[in-house]
Design a protein around this ligand. Structure first.
Ligand SMILES: Cc1cc2nc3c(=O)[nH]c(=O)nc-3n(C[C@H](O)[C@H](O)[C@H](O)COP(=O)(O)OP(=O)(O)OC[C@H]3O[C@@H](n4cnc5c(N)ncnc54)[C@H](O)[C@@H]3O)c2cc1C
Length: 453
């Protein structure tokens, strides 16, 4: 075996998975067909649940330092400009959505991966693979690589998905086509995300980006073919749609025409090949869910792959699809409901409810969830030792002993009787990805759970 896991695609999903695997001692190669690293702002909203994942991986401080909170929305209409909040305030102790360009997030993830001694292999396209009972034989940039598992984190046009013949059910959303561009602009308040919803022939928005001064992400709906995207055409578009010639626009560093799609796979796994992120589900940008869902796919998959590679039953991997496929279906329906509001021009169409923050997603009722709280996300509850997340941090299961006894299990154990009232039981075994595996009063349930994984 050349490597234990070969990851095709070094976007946010592939990078998250690579970090999560290498910190567990799994050998990884991560290849990307692109010749250079991605630099655009693209998926720029990091939901609170994703920030929890980034904390565990050791990159949250860098992400917070490089990014900024979501600005208020300033809606410009013929009647004037009004300011609105995009979201609801979080509970005490919960993070707010954070804004950071996708290219910058990827750079931070790559730096963390490099600390673990792994670098993304650019210009290295996966062009073929076959699998057998013992592993996968892949061809990357003409080189034959033998791996125990292959993960296709290769984006919406996934070669891996197509080569597997996995169904990708859904349809393009013809109504939603947008120009997106990173530009330098002066003349607009940088504390506001400006939007002209009634602009003709379609909306236009300018969102201030963190990082370089005066950087904005321009987003503009298109109803016909997109013009050639140059500085001059983008400036003309901005001036025509806003009626504001005092706003400057120069230096477009990244431009893209985005066609919204709404599709998901009918299977996340075929034997030793797994799909994650946009390779498994694509949806409209409404609600800012795409990148976040991919990061959490990776976080669900990482510990399971590592466990199977060190002797856990292969059936554990089946729980990846069991847990993540319903989440993808939910995200598709959430982003399409928001899209419908957009299309109808509803007042609150840019407003994002708590459900977009992904903190309430749960694996309740799935086969790895045992006991009353099984499958629930563990929040950062205050403890006598400080933040619970500090205690959970790392690639291991964690036992929270809330009663009087502490069974001897091969996992970090913390006596936290102050959390007994919250959980109403003596033991909570927390999975490496921060969800309750089992909540119980019977210590036997804990060892049964751990030793059958
Ligand atoms: C224009 C645009 C705007 C967007 N805006 C938003 C937004 O506002 N909010 C949001 O949440 N999401 C948004 N998204 C979606 C978000 O960017 C994606 O959900 C996110 O990038 C998914 O990450 P990923 O790692 O799964 O895939 P990707 O980021 O697509 O990464 C896939 C990687 O795989 C590589 N690759 C492909 N094929 C191969 C191969 N055969 N071999 C090797 N490498 C390969 C590609 O080069 C690429 O680097 C937007 C997407 C686009 C295109």
């Amino acid at each position: 075996m050349d490597v234990q896991v070969l990851i095709a695609g070094a976007g946010p999903t592939g990078l998250t998975l690579a970090i999560d695997l290498v910190r567990r001692g799994v050998t990884v190669r991560i290849v990307d067909k692109a010749a250079t690293h991605f630099v655009g702002s693209r998926g720029k909203g990091l939901q609170p649940r994703t920030q929890e994942v980034l904390f565990d991986l050791g990159v949250l401080d860098d992400v917070l330092a490089a990014g900024r909170p979501y600005p208020l929305l300033r809606v410009h209409t013929a009647e004037g400009a009004t300011d609105r909040s995009m979201g609801e305030p979080g509970e005490a102790g919960e993070a707010e959505p954070w804004m950071l360009g996708q290219g910058e997030l990827e750079a931070i993830l790559r730096a963390k991966l490099a600390e673990h001694g792994v670098r993304v292999e650019l210009g290295t396209e996966l062009t073929d693979f076959t699998q057998d009972a013992g592993g996968v034989t892949a061809v990357v940039d003409g080189e034959r690589v033998r791996a125990a598992y292959l993960v296709g984190a290769d984006g919406g046009h996934s070669f891996v998905r197509k080569h597997l013949g996995v169904g990708f059910v859904g349809q393009p959303v013809e109504a939603v086509r947008m120009i997106i561009a990173d530009v330098t602009s002066r003349g607009l308040d940088r504390d506001r995300w400006h939007i002209w919803p009634q602009a003709q022939p379609a909306m236009i928005g300018m969102c201030p980006l963190p990082g370089g001064e005066d950087r904005f992400q321009l987003m503009a709906g298109i109803v016909e073919d997109a013009p050639e995207l140059t500085e001059a055409t983008l400036r003309a578009l901005l001036h025509e749609r806003t009626g504001r010639t005092d706003i400057t626009l120069t230096d477009p560093t990244w431009t893209s025409v985005y066609r919204a799609n709404m599709r998901m796979v009918d299977s996340y796994q075929v034997g030793r090949v797994l799909l994650a992120g946009d390779a498994a589900h694509v949806h409209p940008p409404t609600g800012g869910q795409g990148l976040n869902t991919g990061v959490q796919d990776a976080y669900n998959l990482g510990w399971k792959l590592a466990a199977v590679l060190t002797g856990a039953p292969e059936e554990l991997l089946e729980t990846y699809e069991e847990e993540r496929l319903p989440i993808a279906a939910g995200v598709l329906s959430l982003s399409s409901a928001l899209l419908t509001k957009h299309a109808r021009g509803e007042e609150d169409s840019m407003r994002r409810g708590k459900e977009t923050q992904q903190l309430n997603l749960s694996y309740r009722g799935r086969s790895l969830a045992k006991g009353e709280h099984g499958g629930d996300r563990v929040p950062d509850l205050p403890t006598s030792s400080g933040s619970l997340f500090e205690l959970l941090r790392g690639p291991h299961f964690t036992l929270l002993a809330l009663g009087k006894t502490h069974p001897d299990l091969p996992v970090p154990t913390h006596a936290l009787p102050e959390l007994r009232e919250h959980y109403g039981c003596d033991y909570v075994l927390v999975r490496p990805d921060g969800y309750v595996g089992v909540s119980t009063n019977n210590p036997q349930d804990l060892s049964t759970y751990l030793y059958t994984l």
